[in-house]
Design a protein around this ligand. Structure first.
Ligand code: NAP
Length: 278
């Protein structure tokens, strides 16, 4: 990495989240100065008046929109923030997007047309969805109920996403104007993923597939707002229909090494006690 890249200051949005925390970590390890963008640091995607303060003086930014890149709110905010960033001289912007999610395309387009030196990272399902977030609770209690049927997915470790993002942030123009499709190294069904976790924890775990509608009804029962439930039902119906059951070699090409494997993740997370019932 060139010296001028080592001196870069990068804004990392979602810095307390699954990908952002790893991007911040990988960027620091690469010698970059990280400016954390989360609500605790005064940055709010929903309040445009908070954007200039974190953007000004940065050289590049990692953009991750909370909950889902495919929401209309994401399209609007990512486009507006990207235009503001370019106006402030923060031209290099790396957006986390989702592989196979048609509804994410308008958000990607909003970035592309912002005037930025953009890179879009299209990731498959996160491996860490099993260890951080709403799926954990079920696994702690012995059963994952999820609308994924027997579909195969190339789960990707968020640490690999972070390494790819840092490569894009620091790669001068190498990845400018590119969509980088990245996945894990092999396809697993959710049943197989749960079996891997079961082997790693030594606990018996079940996987129970349900329809997206049944899953939505459960979410509604937990008080998730109707609009969000509809969004998720449609998302799961489309995203988990087998369209993503193929590998991409982005991690190997960009990082020159294989992506992390699910078995190693399951062992590490089990050793850390992630799935222990409280
Ligand atoms: N899950 C998957 O398998 C998958 C796959 C591909 C792509 N994606 C995309 O990945 C994104 C989610 O990434 P992630 O899992 O890394 O996020 P995450 O863990 O859900 O974290 C969300 C982050 O956003 C911050 N945040 C929440 N509301 C905010 C607001 N109003 N203003 C500013 N910051 C806010 C949170 O920080 P504070 O609470 O501290 O503010 C947190 O750091 C989505 O766009 C999704 O479409 C997900």
């Amino acid at each position: 990495m060139a010296d001028n890249e080592r001196n870069m200051t990068v804004l990392v949005t979602g810095a307390t989240g699954r990908t952002g925390s790893r991007v911040a970590q990988a960027a620091r390890a690469a010698g970059l100065t990280v400016r954390a963008g989360s609500r605790g640091e005064g940055f709010d995607w929903e309040d445009a008046s908070t954007w200039a303060g974190v953007l000004r003086g940065a050289d590049a930014a990692y953009l991750v929109y909370p909950t889902d890149v495919g929401s209309p709110a994401a399209t609007e905010a990512v486009g507006a923030l990207a235009r503001e960033a370019v106006g402030l001289g923060v031209r290099r912007l790396v957006l986390l997007s989702s592989r196979g999610e048609d509804r994410a395309r308008p958000t990607e387009e909003a970035l592309r047309t912002s005037g930025a030196d953009w890179t879009i990272v299209r990731a498959s399902w996160f491996t860490q969805n099993f260890s951080e977030g709403p799926l954990v609770e079920g696994l702690r209690h012995g059963e994952l109920v999820f609308p994924a049927g027997e579909v195969r997915e190339p789960f990707i470790d968020v640490r690999d996403i972070a390494d790819v993002v840092v490569a894009a942030l620091t790669g001068r123009d190498r990845y400018t104007g590119q969509e980088l499709a990245i996945t894990g190294p092999r396809l697993l069904t959710f049943r197989e993923a749960v079996a891997e976790i079961s082997r790693a924890t030594g606990e018996e775990l079940a996987y129970t597939p349900v329809t997206a509608r049944q899953y939505g009804d459960t979410l509604a029962g937990f008080g998730v707002p109707a609009e969000e439930v509809e969004f998720l039902v449609e998302l799961f119906e489309s995203l988990l229909d087998g369209r993503n059951a193929h590998l991409s070699d982005g991690v190997q090409e960009i990082l020159g090494r294989a992506p992390r494997d699910f078995t190693d993740f399951a062992r590490e997370a089990a050793a850390a006690g992630v799935w222990k019932a409280e």
